[in-house]
Write a protein that binds this ligand. Structure first.
Ligand code: TYD
Length: 235
């Protein structure tokens, strides 16, 4: 098992259902860190490496099913982890060894929520693949944005429409085309992860007193600053 504490860097992941506002919050946090003299490494999964971007295109463009036939749930899981293994090797471990702060948009919790719960492959199977393929590398901190299901679905649909208009009909819609039941499973799986691993996972969402972009950004900064202080990175 790779323990992040063995490295001087800090590995922070951002999680949440589609439309949870992760991208906005990552941008805000990155700006805040830069203002304080820390240039973060930004990464997204799937993607973030040359191989990963190709895997991303296969996985996320809903038109790929026409060309490729249905992607089997286990193929989907394996592709997600092929992407992850590549970014661990090419980006995450070298950055951690250099003492950098990594902000990663999605990681294994996404596979647990989407493939494990959404597609019904089960948490145990996903975590077994994680141990085998990622050497069980865990983030130092996971910021989980978990808004209300209905609200998140609305935002995800709006965003996908915008993307389609700008990208000549191509969409990132394969996941977002899933029905509400799928999203409820994803949502509940995230809530269960937060409950299971309160040390690693900072849950931010309705009911935790954090509402609106500003309040969430403030809360994200607080939890991140705390974790960086523990790693002796001053901000
Ligand atoms: P992305 O456009 O990055 O979504 P968002 O901006 O909402 O984060 O697309 C990532 C999609 O891939 C998203 O629907 C979740 C899905 N996904 C999985 O199903 N499993 C995984 O392991 C990962 C990393 C992503």
């Amino acid at each position: 098992m790779i323990e992040p504490v063995m490295y001087p860097g800090v590995f922070i992941t951002f999680e949440g259902p589609d439309g949870s506002g992760k991208t906005t919050q990552i941008k805000r946090l990155a700006e805040w860190l830069r203002e304080r003299g820390t240039e973060p490494i930004l990464l997204r999964q799937p993607g973030g490496t040359a191989l990963g971007e190709r895997i991303r295109a296969i996985l996320l463009d809903s038109r790929s099913e026409e060309a490729l036939g249905e992607i089997a749930p286990l193929s989907e899981l394996a592709l997600m982890f092929a992407d992850r293994a590549q970014s661990i090797r090419q980006v995450i471990l070298p950055a951690l060894a250099e003492g950098r702060v990594i902000l990663c948009d999605r990681y294994t919790d996404s596979s647990e929520a989407y493939q494990g719960a959404g597609r019904g492959l089960g948490t145990d199977r996903v975590l077994a693949v994680h141990r085998a393929v990622c050497d069980d590398l865990q983030p130092s901190l996971t910021v989980l944005l978990l808004p209300d299901v209905e609200q998140a679905l609305k935002r995800a649909r709006r965003r996908n429409e915008r993307y389609k208009q700008q990208h000549d009909g191509a969409d990132e819609n394969r996941f977002e085309a899933e029905g509400e039941a799928f999203y409820r499973r994803v949502h509940d799986a995230y809530a269960a992860i937060a409950e299971r691993e309160p040390q690693r996972v900072a849950l931010i969402g309705p009911g935790t007193g954090d509402d609106g972009i500003e309040a969430i950004a403030t809360r994200v900064r607080e939890v991140v600053a705390e974790r960086l202080a523990a790693a002796r990175i001053g901000v």
